[in-house]
Ligand binder design. Structure first.
Ligand code: NAD
Ligand code: UDP
Length: 334
């Protein structure tokens, strides 16, 4: 299969590209490098022995996307390209709406012109919003986001459902990711955010590596077993493999289908932190601070639908996640 990966040089896209190439598929990457580096291509080649075809383009640019489709026979698309920082989306919402919606619309229109009918979309657990009880099931209402980033995901899901309803041969798999962490075991690719990370695992890893001084645990007075928030951390290699299963599913089904990709196992902030310290034998100085605005006490998946429809199940442990996050930092600081 020849698969177009928009945003394929980013964190999740690069890991998915590795799994695709290792499974014998071809990959074409379209990325504007707004949150990634072109050197990721070298790392993908080092890991797999193959170099994907790369277009440095903005996926909002119709002519550029048209060129990708006319120069390549694309069987399916995985749409990772998007802006993803929640806080930034509150400060510059229009940029988020423009980028995330426009990339999707441009892709869908161009796919339509070229008879490409299979799309896997990077959605997020954030679409479950603040009112659903955990664990989250796909059938729950998922249309009450709490920030512009989350709204772009909820809106794109709706666009894809409408598009599938109007085009009976089209398939859209809406993968609702929980909390991807870790990196490829080589440590060559990983979560490499610009500036100071917002997410817990890259923050812990950078404190351990000495690039940041101190971790602040945002609140220990939640109604959870140790008072800190619960999340469903998922190894990025497991997540990447889920995309291959979604492509297989899309080859045999039509319509829009939302599917959670998570482990289904809640882990607290302090559990993750102490696992990282224990597994890697490092020091991570931390303080308990106040709650972070907008944080939910708990967010984790019911992961049964992915097992039933995609025959996919997360396999890696919290220890694997901590070890591999650290090896990426070690590789990078050296
Ligand atoms: P990332 O920022 O590492 O990767 C996104 C890639 O898309 C980057 O390489 C960026 O340069 C590219 N990009 C952005 N806008 C583009 C455009 N207009 N044209 C071309 N390229 C563009 O993010 P990630 O963590 O790999 O996330 C991938 C997708 O998964 C995103 O859509 C994100 O919203 C979604 N997601 C991520 C998480 C997470 O925790 N990482 C959780 C849920 C959903
Ligand atoms: N968190 C924290 N300190 C940090 C970053 C995150 O205590 O520096 C907590 C955060 O409050 C949340 C959990 O770690 O409870 C996961 O946060 P992340 O931003 O990684 O994921 P999200 O909250 O978006 O699911």
């Amino acid at each position: 299969m020849n698969v177009l990966l928009t945003g394929g040089l980013g964190y999740i896209g690069s890991h998915t590209c590795v799994e695709l190439l290792n499974a014998g598929h071809q990959a074409v990457i379209a990325d504007n490098l707004s949150n990634s580096r072109v050197t990721v291509l070298d790392s993908i080649e080092k890991i797999t022995g193959k170099r994907p075809k790369f277009y440095e383009i903005d996926v909002c640019d119709r002519d550029a996307v048209e060129r990708v489709f006319s120069e390549n026979e694309i069987d399916a698309v995985i749409h990772f390209a998007g802006l993803k920082a929640v806080g930034e989306s509150c400060r510059i919402p229009l940029r988020y709406y423009r980028n995330n919606l426009d990339t999707t619309l441009t892709l869908l229109e161009t796919m339509g012109k070229h008879g490409c009918t299979r799309l896997v979309f990077s959605s997020s657990a954030t679409v479950y919003g603040p009112n659903n009880p955990v664990p989250y099931f796909e059938e729950m209402p998922a249309n009450l986001a709490t920030n512009p980033y989350g709204w772009t995901k909820a809106m794109i899901e709706q666009i894809l459902r409408d598009h599938c309803a109007a085009n009976p041969g089209f398939t859209a798999v809406l993968l609702r990711y929980f909390n991807p962490v870790g990196s490829h075991e080589s440590g060559l690719i990983g979560d490499d955010p610009n500036g100071i990370p917002n997410n817990l695992m890259p923050y812990i890893a950078r404190v351990a590596g000495g690039q940041l001084q101190l971790l602040t645990v945002f609140g220990d007075d939640y109604d959870t077993p140790d008072g800190t928030c619960l999340r469903d951390y998922l190894h990025v290699v497991d997540l990447a493999k889920g995309h291959l299963c979604a492509l297989d599913y899309a080859a045999e089904h039509v319509g829009a289908e939302a599917i959670n990709l998570g482990t289904g196992k809640p882990v607290s902030v302090l559990e993750l932190l102490h696992a990282f310290i224990r597994v890697n034998g490092v020091d991570v100085p931390y303080v308990i601070g106040g709650r972070r605005d907008g944080d939910l006490p708990a967010s984790y998946a019911n992961a049964e639908k992915a097992e039933r429809l995609l025959h996919w199940k997360a396999e890696k442990s919290v220890e694997d996640m901590c070890r591999d996050s650290w090896s990426f930092i070690l590789n990078h600081t050296n």
